[in-house]
Design a protein around this ligand. Structure first.
Ligand code: SAH
Length: 279
């Protein structure tokens, strides 16, 4: 990489770097991720990794698609880890590129443990997870002092393909003012019904952010009662992040991408009748 005033660790042959590629926009890659892309001889990437990111690989690198789409059984997972191990044992610099952050609903832990079992040295480079970066590109903070002091990341999809059992939805509904749901489009009707049954109001704001941070980003603003039907009516497609909670209302003030396209931003989106001053 061009000269930077920081020391980047060398990418040693025989190593696997497990790297988060972020939610889409290549500008959200970390310096380590870019460094790894420039150095790796083999890049094994997932379906959710943006094509523009893969194109940053060094010329001549072997690009191997290890795509799995949400919902499908992941019979390929052992193949993927076997492939990483094989390349590393052959003395290659192996970049395992995953959408968002490898350790957030990304199976990064499983792959890394397989490397540990095989005695392959690895480095983990976190990425910007869709549940934070995607929200930011929709103008929705994950936390905000006036709305929530906690946020919960939830998967809407278990290994069986159903809404994950083992999740205490009533407890989530009671205990978490903001829920950020990954892989939740398919079961959105069930999930929103469970949250309402547990006492969350029908008119609670919900945002659905599809293909966040890409040129195809779409944001749907809805309510807990209407979100599942609105997603279908508007043809919102995965990958998408669903946010439930009052933070969604901040979008009226913080939709900075919308502002670039001419949207007028409201400095008091929560209707508090005051403006925060700098402190
Ligand atoms: N490791 C990833 C998550 C993988 S699970 C991360 O940290 O972001 C796959 C889910 O991530 C998708 O179903 C969707 O809910 C979410 N997701 C990933 N990329 C996304 C994007 N660009 N826009 C919206 N949602 C995204």
């Amino acid at each position: 990489m061009d000269k930077l005033p920081i020391e980047l660790p060398p990418f040693e042959p025989g190593w696997v770097w497990l790297v988060g590629a972020g939610p889409g926009d290549p500008g959200l890659l970390s310096l380590y991720a870019l460094h790894a892309l420039r150095a790796a001889e083999v890049v094994v990437y997932d379906a959710l990794v943006d094509a523009r990111v893969v194109q940053l690989a060094r010329p001549g690198a072997t690009l191997e698609y290890a795509g799995k789409r949400g919902g499908k059984p992941s019979a390929e997972q052992p193949d993927i880890t076997a492939k990483l191990i094989r390349h590393a044992r052959a003395g290659r610099r192996v970049l395992r590129l995953k959408g968002g952050d490898p350790f957030v609903f990304g199976r990064g832990g499983e792959e890394a443990l397989a490397l540990v079992a095989a005695g392959i040295p690895f480095r983990l480079v976190p990425g910007i997870t869709a549940g934070i970066g995607g929200l930011a590109y929709a103008g929705i903070p994950a936390t905000h002092r006036d709305t929530n002091h906690a946020v919960t990341f939830v998967t809407g999809h278990g290994t069986s393909g159903d809404v994950p059992d083992g999740l205490d939805w009533p407890a989530l509904a009671r205990g978490s003012p903001v829920l950020v749901l990954y892989m939740a489009l398919k079961h959105l009707a069930t999930i929103t019904a469970m949250l309402r049954a547990a006492g969350r109001p029908a008119d609670e704001p919900v945002a659905v952010i599809s293909r966040a941070t890409t040129p195809d980003q779409r944001v749907l603003e809805s309510t807990l009662a209407a979100a599942a039907a609105d997603v279908i009516r508007h043809g919102i497609e995965p990958p998408a992040i669903v946010v439930v909670g009052k933070v969604v209302r901040l979008r009226a003030g913080l939709d900075w991408l919308g502002a670039l396209a001419g949207r007028a931003l409201d400095p008091d989106p929560l209707g508090l009748g005051r403006r925060r001053d700098a402190g």
